[in-house]
Unconditional design. Structure first.
Length: 213
């Protein structure tokens, strides 16, 4: 049978410390992310889902209203995308000229874009995610609840995400989600990855599997 594998972390578990500690990553990646994939593999075993890519599983399970598979497939996709949306301090690069132009057209400035993303992350009620996405040449900030993901929409290319489930920050920041979000937005977003995702959106609007643009 075909199984979805847990993708490797793109950095060491302590690479984002002290904003996200090695202990948080060891649980978040090693227990939560791995747990979604294990549950997903159990659910798809022997079904028609086995032949699909992870992003196809997200889309089909949503269409067929199959919440068990949707929640686990979406969380598997979201988490891989999240790890690749973050970078160690000083390693996240800057938006490309092309991405910066779109940011300025959509938000007025990079600062305003960061503010909108921070606000969406901080205000999302309960568990969920904040996203910077491209729709056509336009950039938007969105938030989604629980496992929900923009990956289920057509013609949306996610560029960056921030996990705001408590398991993402509670060991390091307790209930201070705003401080976690600020520390991520100020120093740990992977703008190089966002730029290559944005560049690839010209050719392909579908969500691809996790980390790949
Ligand atoms: Mn998470």
């Amino acid at each position: 049978m075909k199984e979805i594998a847990l993708p490797p972390l793109p950095y060491a578990e302590d690479a984002l410390a002290p904003v996200i500690s090695a202990k948080t990553i060891s649980y978040h990646y090693g227990k939560h992310h791995a747990g979604y994939i294990k549950a997903l593999n159990g659910l798809i075993s022997g079904t028609h889902y086995e032949t699909l890519s992870l992003s196809e599983m997200v889309g089909l399970s949503r269409e067929l209203n199959d919440p068990g598979i949707f929640n686990n497939a979406a969380q598997a996709w979201n988490h891989d995308f999240y790890w690749h949306s973050l970078a160690p301090a000083g390693k996240g690069g800057e938006p490309s000229a092309e991405l910066l132009k779109a940011i300025n057209e959509s938000f007025g400035s990079l600062d305003n874009c960061k503010k909108a993303l921070s606000q969406a992350a901080t205000r999302q009620f309960g568990s969920g995610w904040a996203w910077l996405v491209a729709k056509g040449g336009k950039l938007l900030v969105e938030s989604t609840g629980n496992a929900d993901t923009p990956c289920r929409q057509q013609y949306v290319k996610p560029l960056l995400t921030i996990d705001v489930w408590e398991h993402a920050y509670y060991l390091d920041w307790q209930n201070n989600r705003a401080a976690y979000v600020k520390a991520i937005v100020d120093g740990h977003l992977n703008w190089s990855a966002a730029s290559s995702r944005f560049a690839s959106a010209r050719d392909d609007w579908r969500c691809s599997n996790g980390s790949r643009p």
